[in-house]
Design a protein around this ligand. Structure first.
Ligand code: SF4
Length: 482
């Protein structure tokens, strides 16, 4: 079932802490998870060592609600992991919340995972045939089954065997008895960082989660790296690289998903977004001389994800930047509104025009991406009702034409507006005066090593066979009919 959300969705964030000295680990985990809330708002959870056991606590809801109990009292521990979840196919059910904790022939294992396994069906069929019983619909459980059923003599060997069998995107943290693991898949789809402070080791999806704990010394977990931290120190090993594989870091982490104050893939997210906005302005100018920049009065971001790109657009074009929309942060990020009217109401609850900024102005409205177009239509209407003379929508991502199989919730191809309409048709549909996307080629100029990134949702070039239906694969390309 495809997502009903009007925008793109994350597939989770992870955090982990190990300390040779006992600390109040559950309390400490609260803070990095709170920093990663933007990566998933539907459930939160932690697992930590309590004496010789691992205990887990998780529930549906935001970090501040689910985990606030851990801000009181003392729970001395050496290690813990945590997770924030965004649900998709598995649905928003408690049994799919993470970490998942199991006790098996390899010991106690707790796992928190960000990503998506592409060969889930094949592996699950095999396990079902062997008699396995699954309790969740998330593919995280798959790792645990494979580890448990492995005939390798040690946990470490069973883990490596499991990882070599699974294909797809995974950045994960794992507790095995008193050891902490931080693992990133060989393609490097999702970010994962590891750092140290005063003997404590912290791993997290983004560096904003390091900053809140004042961890200043950190590095990216390398693609294919398996790091284990225990009482003897830290050691790392590497998974073998699939034949012909190259890095496929998700470019959407830089465009939209990660927090602007984070570093992911060793890039400042804010700085890259500014570059993308600047490139959008240059692209406008380059295609049509200086008249290519819309004859506009101001550049307005769609807050918050459009802020950095709008700033870049304003600097490159020389147009003034202003906040013509304010965001109500209490409206949440995960409304599911079934009808167009209700979705429009959801947009009005979330974004408010600042009439004094907008009235009578010709506006360049900068957003990160266009999925179904429903939110943009409501937004353009809001701005025009508030007196905007013209609205020129600029997107700092290319046209999204293909689904993602690596951990991002993208609707079916038929639901993506760019599969049905040209930018000119989209402008007419949403009531904008013009619509333009950043081209893939221009996006690549904003990256230091574009060959290390995934662009599959823009160009359909997946790094390996993905479980797409033939119907989806063969959907007529609208660009071939224009
Ligand atoms: S398909 Fe798109 S969203 Fe998915 S990993 Fe690649 S760039 Fe990211």
């Amino acid at each position: 079932m495809a997502s009903q959300r009007p925008s793109l969705g994350h597939h989770c964030g992870v955090a982990a802490i190990y300390s040779p000295q006992e600390l109040n680990i559950p309390e400490k985990l609260f803070f990095p998870l709170f920093s990663l809330q933007h990566r998933g708002q539907e459930s939160a959870g932690i697992a930590y060592r309590k004496g010789r056991n691992t205990v887990v606590y998780k529930d549906l809801g935001m970090v501040s609600t689910v985990l606030s109990r851990y801000l009181q009292g003392s729970r001395p521990s050496h290690a813990g992991i945590g997770h924030v979840r965004y649900s998709t196919h598995g649905g928003n059910k408690l049994e799919n919340a993470q970490p998942i904790l199991v006790s098996c022939n390899k010991g106690e294992i707790a796992l928190a995972h960000n990503g998506n396994i592409s060969n889930t069906a094949e592996l699950k069929n095999r396990l079902f045939a062997d008699g396995s019983i699954f309790q969740t619909t998330s593919d995280t459980e798959l790792f645990l089954h494979l580890i448990s059923r492995s005939r390798q003599p040690t946990f470490a060997e069973a883990l490596m065997e499991t990882l070599e069998q699974t294909q797809g995107a995974y950045s994960m943290v794992l507790l095995h008895d008193d050891e902490l693991y931080a693992i990133r898949d060989p393609y490097g789809f999702r970010p994962l960082y590891i750092g140290t402070k005063d003997g404590m080791t912290v791993a997290a999806s983004e560096t904003c989660a390091m900053d809140i704990l004042e961890v200043r010394e950190y590095r990216s977990v390398e693609p294919g790296e398996v790091i284990v931290v225990n009482s003897e120190g830290t050691r790392s090993s590497f998974l073998s690289k699939p034949a012909g594989a190259r890095l496929h870091q998700c470019v959407f982490e830089l465009i939209y998903f990660a927090r602007p104050d984070s570093h992911v893939f060793d890039n400042s997210v804010h700085e890259r977004r500014k570059r993308m906005g600047g490139a959008l302005a240059t692209q406008d100018m380059g295609s049509n001389g200086t008249r290519g920049v819309p004859i506009a009065d101001i550049v307005v971001p769609v807050p918050d994800s459009g802020n950095s790109a709008a700033l870049g657009y304003a600097e490159a074009s020389g147009l003034p930047f202003d906040f013509g929309l304010t965001r109500n942060h209490y409206a949440g990020r995960s409304f599911i509104m079934p009808t167009v009217d209700a979705r429009e109401l959801a947009v009005r609850m979330k974004l408010h025009p600042v009439r004094e900024v907008i009235s009578g102005k010709r506006i360049v409205l900068v957003d990160d991406s266009l999925v179904r177009g429903t939110t943009s239509r409501s937004l353009v209407r809001l701005l025009k009702e508030a007196g905007a003379a013209e609205v020129h929508l600029r997107l700092s991502a290319p046209e999204i034409l293909w689904p993602c199989f690596f951990g991002i919730d993208i609707p079916t191809r038929g639901e993506l507006i760019s599969n049905a309409m040209t930018p000119e048709e989209i402008a007419a549909r949403i009531g904008a005066d013009s619509v333009r996307f950043l081209s893939i080629e221009t996006l690549k100029t904003c990256l230091d090593a574009p060959a290390n990134y995934c662009f599959a949702c823009f160009n359909g070039e997946y790094p390996f066979r993905v479980p797409m239906t033939e119907e989806e694969r063969n959907l007529p390309d609208r660009r071939k009919r224009v």
